[in-house]
Write a protein that binds this ligand. Structure first.
Ligand code: HEM
Length: 454
């Protein structure tokens, strides 16, 4: 379905905003996916929201969403309020920069995240996962699997970036990330943040300090090593990456490390958490995935060469990312000049939001959308319109780490199935997804686990 069009200066239909739009904002901050679904039903695939002085346009038409992010990329910047909130933690990294600064950062980083470069990380991931799984109990009726998977993905990213284990820092880092994410999430919905020196922001200040200290410690210990002793990891590549002949400054490297550390483990952890839930709640899919893993790997660890043979397992991860796209907030853009989309002309300053979650649950593209059906992603499955499935975004700002994320999650998923059977604890209700920067269960997930064969 495309927009029906409008005369110049007209806006698509949308819910009445009242005097300020604050009521709409409150509805959105309570339950964004539900609010967007209700408005789509009432007003169609392009919805106009008047939020205070902002004109926000929600584009749930896959073809137009894709056209916006790909063809109109040059007329858009990330939503500056979101970026201001992110920058408090990420500084000026590829995630938070725009224009020429973004282009040269992205250019410097892309080679380290290509499908080929990512293959080189498989042994690191296998090693971290082997170590982590060896500490899981053989049987537990209520295992805190979300914490365990978050620690594992944190360990993996630290190994990939710094060739170093997080060791005792893990709890401090986990706590610091929880505090900064909650603070950032709360700030997203307000037009301006109170300064961080306000007394009630002490926890956030401390959390930021400990995250920055963690990055700094690793950076300094690398700089203290002679160059020929630097290991081949992402930090070394960043320190050596030429940016039109000029290396990234040390501050650039710090900021990129923070973004890679945070973007690189939060999202994969959140997706794995939803994946284990999907496996536990769908025992037939879990068995089929385990059968495939056992047939292909014969008890061995996965490698870059064997991953492509794990087709069904990959489908289960893709289907998880359809049901639970964990980074929905990032795909919002501000127009820097007028944008023609469908029959509408949107003026400069229009704020666009691409509702990934909504498109992934649209029955027109995904029949029986709430059902977990990995076969939707089989090679012979009916095609969905381009733009209807975009867990990593699309266009020039597509997720930098998408290949890394997919291979990391597949390796960890295969190794988990080799070792453990997953089931829903007795009497446990399905988790409620909430957006806390990433889409996570409202309560930290616990599952029943048992060693395979136990
Ligand atoms: C399941 C895992 C992941 C998901 C679902 C995910 C999703 C996304 C999404 C939706 C975006 C925004 C795209 C846009 O604005 O159009 C993004 C951007 C980004 N992601 Fe990921 N991501 C994941 C894992 C990773 C990993 C492992 C890394 C790095 C190690 C990473 C690094 C980044 C960076 C640096 C950007 C900003 C790129 C830019 O602005 O040029 N992500 N990701």
């Amino acid at each position: 379905m495309t927009s029906t069009g409008g005369s110049p200066g007209a806006w698509p239909p949308g819910p009445p905003a009242g005097l300020t739009g604050l009521r709409l904002l409150a509805t959105m901050s309570r339950d964004l996916p539900r609010a967007l679904a209700t408005w789509q039903k009432q007003y169609g695939d392009i919805v106009h929201l008047r939020l205070w002085r902002e004109h926000d346009v929600v584009v749930a038409d896959p073809q137009l969403a894709r056209e916006l992010l790909v063809s109109h990329h040059d007329a858009l910047v990330r939503w500056e309020r979101g970026i201001r909130v992110f920058s408090q933690v990420h500084g000026h990294s590829v995630l938070t920069s725009e224009g020429e600064a973004w282009r040269s950062r992205r250019h410097a980083l892309v080679p380290s995240f290509s499908p080929k470069a990512v293959q080189g990380f498989s042994p690191t991931i296998v090693e971290a996962a082997t170590q982590a799984f060896s500490t899981w109990p053989g049987e537990d009726a209520n295992w805190p699997i979300e914490t365990a998977l978050t620690m594992l993905t944190m360990e993996v990213i630290l190994q990939m970036v710094f060739s170093s284990s997080i060791g005792e820092d893990v709890r401090v880092a986990e706590q610091a990330i929880r505090v900064t994410s909650a603070a950032a999430n709360a700030e997203f919905y307000w037009p301006a943040s109170m300064p961080d020196w306000m007394p009630w922001k002490r926890r956030k200040r401390q959390a930021l300090k400990s995250l920055k200290a963690l990055i700094e410690r690793h950076l300094q210990s690398r700089l203290n090593l002679p160059r020929d002793a630097w290991p081949d990891d992402l930090l070394t590549r960043l320190l050596q990456s030429g940016d039109d002949g000029a290396a990234l400054s040390l501050q650039n490297v710090r900021d990129e490390c923070m973004t890679i550390f945070l973007a690189g483990h939060e999202t994969t952890a959140a997706t794995l958490v939803w994946w284990v839930w999907c496996m536990a709640a769908n025992p037939a899919s879990q068995c089929a995935a385990r059968d495939e893993v056992q047939r292909v790997l014969q008890g061995r660890a996965p490698t870059a060469e064997t991953l492509p043979a794990l087709g069904y397992l990959t489908q289960t991860i893709k289907e998880t990312l359809r049901l639970y796209p964990v980074a929905p907030l990032l795909i919002s853009r501000r127009a820097t000049r007028a944008v023609q989309l469908g029959n509408w002309t949107f003026p400069a300053r229009t704020l666009f939001m691409i509702p990934v979650h909504l498109m992934h649950h649209d029955p027109r593209w995904f029949p029986d959308p709430q059902a977990f059906q990995p076969a939707r992603f089989a090679s012979d499955a009916p095609e969905v319109p381009r733009g209807a499935y975009i867990p990593f975004g699309v266009g020039p700002r597509v997720c930098l780490g998408q290949h890394l994320a997919m291979s990391e999650m597949t390796v960890i998923a295969a190794m988990l199935l080799q070792r453990f059977a997953l089931s829903v604890p007795q009497g446990a209700a399905p988790p409620r997804p909430v957006i806390n920067l990433t889409l996570r269960p409202e309560q930290p997930m616990h599952l029943a686990i048992a060693s395979v064969g136990a």
